[in-house]
Design a protein around this ligand. Sequence first.
Ligand code: ZN
Length: 199
Amino acid sequence: MLGYGTIFHAQPNTIHHSLAEIEAKGHLVGVVAQNVDLLHHNAGGRNVIELHGTLARVECQSCGRAILRDEFQQIQPDLGPALRPDGDLDVALEFGQFAYPPCHKCGNEEVTTPTATVKSNIPPKVMQQAAELVGKGSGGLVVGSTLTTYSAYRLVCDLHTAGKPVWCIKKGPMRADALLARKIEAPIQEIMADVVEMH
Ligand SMILES: [Zn+2]
């Protein structure tokens, strides 16, 4: 995808800011996000796990060395055309013209953002980190997700099994409806603003 800069500098909305604010006040242990758009980070979230990967890092597929994506983006323009491919956009350019920066540690040229796709599963390490973060809370709050992906649904199941209440703010059905202690079917931004006020 062209335009990493656009994503990295994308503006979080009031929901992202509300969650970050509640976390800063100590009422939220962290956020497990299903997006890879960095918006929870950009809003100031501290403990954010991007379940389906992140665009904030680039990892070597051989030795595992990771560098910050911003650092990688600084290297890239010197090595090839002004192209920043990292996803699923059709690019009018011969890929053979593009020199990909190799790993600084082992020289391997297969470096990529650690994002899960349809073909790749979420690494066990990430699932474990998410489960640990969720386990620290006294309950859970699902905001706007249908929990269609099993990985996210499983975290709610874990909370339910542990006897911890799970609330959800979302209009319409979602996968874990039967497990919820309470469901609020109202506009998320309004509810989150109220939650921030309460705390
Ligand atoms: Zn390497």
